[in-house]
Design a protein around this ligand. Sequence first.
Ligand code: NDP
Ligand code: DGY
Length: 326
Amino acid sequence: MSGKLMKVFITRRIPQEGMKILSAAGVCEVSQWDSDEPVPRAELLKGIQGAHGLLCLLSDKVDAEVLEAAGPNLKVISTLSVGFDHLAIDEIKKRGIRVGYTPDVLTDATAELTVALLLATARRLPEGVEEVKNGGWSSWKPLWLCGYGLSGSTVGIIGLGRIGMAIAQRLMPFGVKRLLYSGRTAKPHAAEVNGEFVPLDTLVSESDFIVVSCSLTPETQGMCDKSFFSKMKPTAVFINTSRGAVVNQEHLYEALSSGQIAAAGLDVTTPEPLPTNHRLLTLKNCVVLPHIGSATYSTRGVMSALAARNLLGGLQGTDMPSELTL
Ligand code: NDP
Ligand code: DGY
C-alpha cells in the first residue's frame, strides 16, 4: 500500500491544520524536518530525493541543486509564503514543476503589523518603553520622545498590491492627506484610497512616511539605496515589510545615523536573523522586528492549510487553490 503513496518532504514543523489535511487525504507519505529551526542544506538535499512534492518555507532556497537532488518525480513545490523570491522560478518552470503559494490569507495580518511598526517607529515606542524601564523617565517634558504623526501627512506606498492596498486602507482613517504609490503599473483599485500613481522619485521626495510592500525582484533588489535615501525628507520615516534585499542596509545605516532621514522600521532584513552585533541595532531610530508580518495564530493556521491543499492539487494533477502562474 505504502508503495503507492507519493513521497512528500516538508522542510519544517508547520501548524497542525496543514498536517491534518495531508494525512486525511491519504495520498502521500510525509517525511519532515521535525524542528522549528530551518532544515540544514544537507538534510534538505537528502530529504527531497525521489520526492513528488515539497512543502517549503521562505528560508529554504530552492535552486537547481535542490531540484536535481529531487530528481524527475518532483511535480509540485508548495511554499508557506506569498513571497517566492527564494524559488528559482526559471529552473522550476523548465522542469514543468507546479508552484503553490499563500496569497490573500496573510494580507490582513501583514498590513496590520505594518501599521503597528509604522506607529511604533514614528512615535518611538520601543525607546519610550526602554526609558520607563531604565529610569530615563524623569518627568513629563515638552520635547521629550516626540515623533511624527500620520494626521495631515503624505504617505507613499511602494507596491500597491494586495498588502500595499490593505496598508493604505488602514492608514487613511488616521487622517492621511495624500496617498502616493509607485509600481510598474497604475492600479484601478487605488481610487478607493484616493491613491495617486507617481514616479518613484516623486514618492520618495514628497512622502512623510514611505512604506515598502513590493515583491523582491531583480528590479527592486537594492532599490532603497544612497540615492533613494538622499531624496527623502529629513523628517520622513521609512518602513519595510517586503523583503530585506530591497534595501541597501549600509546606505540605510548612513542615512539614519547622519540624520538624513528620521527613522526606519524593518520587519525584514538581510540576512535573517540579523546578527545581534549589526550596526543597525545600535541605532535608537531604527526598529527591527524578526519577520513577523503574518504571525497571528489564525493566519499561520490558514496558511498551513492552504499550503497543504496546494500540495495535494499538485500531487494529484488537479486545481490548486492558489497556484503561481509561472
Ligand atoms: P502582490 O503581488 O499583490 O504585490 C506586489 C507588488 O509589488 C505589486 O503591487 C507590484 O506592482 C509591486 N512591484 C513589483 N515590481 C515593482 C517595482 N519594480 N517597483 C515597485 N513596485 C513593484 O503581493 P503581496 O502584496 O501579496 O505581497 C508583497 C510582498 O510582501 C511579498 O512578495 C513578500 O515579499 C512580502 N511579504 C512580507 C511579509 C512579512 O512577513 N513581512 C508577509 C507577506 C508578504 P506592479 O503590479 O505595478 O508591478
Ligand atoms: C511571506 O509570506 O512572503 C512572508 O514573508 C511570510 O508570511
